[in-house]
Design a protein. Structure first.
Length: 384
């Protein structure tokens, strides 16, 4: 009787579940993204979007590829399963940060490893930021480093011309003037003044915003930065101005976890109340569990070069297309292909066998949704 009741309820939920235009949800597994624990993302060549995760590196270009350490040769492949940062340089090379060093690769078949503390004073990579032909590397509590024209420069914390902080959490570049900004959680935001050859703090110490979680390039000019409860915009000519605080967001939203921005200027915000789009002082987008996300706790968000909104919660890695026509929510189940762990040839096989998000399987979607509802309802009934 319980099983019949569960099946009836599942059917009703599937028939009545709200849909949202252009929303794709990827379940972690073989032939899909490796995990929902996304640490960083970057655009790559060939329309690839690259995910640094705590379970290897995942890449998407219509199908998924997963890159793990090579058990057959630990010295040649990825340095660690835990990727902390990714960034593409001006030549199309991918830079990958780990807790124990840095790697550069062109296509995932050969890696150049940098784990020499004569070059990187701390091997824990916090963030990577390309600026023209430069690559900036934030490392542990050892400030930041610059790689340019084959040479490394270390900006020692609190030294002359260096940021006045030990740990740089994140970096961003002003699209308008090319200035580099570096953010510390407790010690301010610092701007590189190329004419003076050093860094200076953007705000005086009395105006510092504590608990800065991240910064990004603002499409209008300047940068944006945020903590758990506020989002700000900074411009060289006008200084720092508030964009929103947590009270402006839907009831029940208590924390800002990440922020990105579309080319049209919409701030895309990952919160414990879902994904929220903010533009011109108003909420213009809200994705939450009523749209199929299952969990409202969204920990990561990014916008790629195609203006697709990517996000991660506890259940899925999602992708939202603003201009897609209305259609059912595709939930992409992992394939039965094994995960590649022993080198680039196997990784390529996973890519070819991966799930194509442009042609989702309706039966597969129904099976995934029904399975989730069945499992949840069965657990609920058995517990009562």
């Amino acid at each position: 009787m319980h099983r019949d009741l569960i099946l009836i309820i599942c059917s009703l939920l599937l028939l009545s579940a709200p849909v949202h235009a252009g929303l794709l949800l990827f379940t972690p597994g073989p032939g899909s993204v490796s995990t929902t624990s996304v640490k960083d993302t970057a655009d790559g060549p060939d329309d690839r979007f690259i995910f640094a995760t705590d379970n290897g590196r995942s890449e998407y270009n219509g199908t998924w590829s997963i890159f793990h350490i090579w058990h057959s040769d630990y010295t040649e492949g990825p340095l660690s399963e835990f990727c902390t940062a990714v960034e593409s340089d001006a030549d199309g090379n991918l830079w990958i940060g780990y807790p124990n060093g840095l790697q550069i690769t062109r296509d995932g078949t050969q890696y150049t490893t940098i784990d020499d503390q004569q070059l990187l004073k701390n091997l824990a990579i916090n963030d990577l930021q390309a600026r023209g032909s430069e690559m900036w590397v934030a490392t542990g509590n050892a400030g930041i480093h610059r790689f340019y024209d084959g040479a490394w420069t270390w900006y020692k914390p609190h030294a002359q011309n260096s940021p006045g902080c030990y740990r740089v959490e994140a970096m961003a570049v002003d699209y308008d003037d090319g200035a580099l900004y570096a953010a510390s959680r407790q010690e301010g935001i610092w701007k590189l003044d190329d004419s003076a050859g050093g860094f200076s703090e953007c705000l005086d110490r009395g105006s510092r915003i504590l608990g800065v979680e991240g910064i990004g390039s603002d499409v209008s000019t300047g940068i944006f930065y945020y903590n758990e409860t506020h989002l700000f915009r900074y411009r060289q000519d006008s200084g720092s101005t508030p964009v929103l605080d947590i009270a402006d967001l839907p009831p029940g939203t208590n924390e800002i976890n990440a922020v990105s921005q579309t080319t049209a200027g919409m701030y895309v915000i990952a919160t414990d109340g879902g994904v929220i789009g903010w533009q011109d002082g108003a909420i213009v987008l809200h994705l939450d569990r009523t749209d199929g996300l299952v969990s409202n706790l969204v920990k990561y968000v990014a916008v790629d070069n195609a203006d697709r909104i990517w996000f991660a919660n506890t259940e899925y890695v999602g992708c939202y297309f603003e201009d897609r026509p209305a259609s059912p929510i595709p939930v992409m189940a992992p394939t039965s292909e094994p995960l590649a762990e022993d080198g680039p040839a196997e990784d390529a096989a996973v890519a070819e066998a991966g799930t194509d998000a442009t042609e989702p399987s309706v039966p597969e979607m129904l099976v995934v949704l029904a399975g989730k509802f069945f499992a949840d309802l069965q657990s609920l009934i058995l517990s009562t």
